[in-house]
Design a protein around this ligand. Structure first.
Ligand code: FE
Length: 209
């Protein structure tokens, strides 16, 4: 590089304003921790009937330990669409079906519980402009929920696989938490995973007040 260019750069650098620490993180991580190139796109056709998938759900059993809260993080978007499948064309990641109950401290299923899920895709990317991989639903009369989605990828600032969720019983308080996976378990917040034909089945029962 020519000496006058170096001098120019030095002056520019010296005059640049100090970088202010952002309190709000950037809208989306651009450098996923996982390689984005070798992930298959999820099947967009739902091959699993929800009534059938519940046959894989064990009867609720719990110790009455409340599901702990966990950080909301910076990427929550309210007013999500109501849906139990987040799959759509071009979505990247391995297909995942998460099922479970929402129980009270006496291990009784709670119907009509609002659950609002949000997560990164298989490349660790959030959609912060739209509602990709975001959706809410309500437990059925047996306190069950099901979420058809993809396995969330890792992103640079959170190298741990997780799904965010808000849970609220009718007239109850909102529990904001995250679900984790067995490879990096977190106490009382880790799903059980069973490989199935063409997808991973994850099980998790919430216990709320
Ligand atoms: Fe996150």
């Amino acid at each position: 590089m020519k000496p006058y260019l170096i001098l120019g750069l030095m002056i520019l650098t010296a005059c640049a304003p100090a970088i202010v620490q952002e309190t709000i993180p950037p809208p989306a991580p651009t450098v996923p921790a996982a390689s984005p190139t070798d992930l298959p796109a999820a099947e967009t056709e739902s091959a699993t009937d929800v009534t059938n998938i519940f046959s894989a759900l064990p009867a609720p059993s719990c110790s009455g330990v409340l599901t702990p809260s966990n950080a909301e993080g910076p990427y929550y978007t309210p007013n999500t669409p109501e849906r139990t499948s987040l799959l759509e064309d071009g979505l990247r990641g391995e297909r995942l079906i998460l099922i479970g109950h929402v129980l009270n401290e006496d291990c009784k299923p709670i119907p009509d519980v609002w659950l609002d899920f949000w997560q990164a895709d298989g490349d660790g990317e959030y959609d912060n402009a739209g509602f990709t991989l975001r959706g809410h639903q309500f437990t059925d009369q047996q306190g069950r929920y099901s979420l058809e989605t993809v396995l969330p990828g890792l992103y640079s600032s959170r190298p741990i696989r997780h799904i965010h969720v808000k849970v609220q019983a009718p007239n109850g308080q909102v529990l904001t938490t995250q679900l984790y996976f067995p490879e990096q378990p977190v106490d009382n917040l880790t799903v059980q995973v069973q490989p199935k034909d063409g997808f991973q089945l994850a099980l998790f029962d919430f216990v709320i007040e």
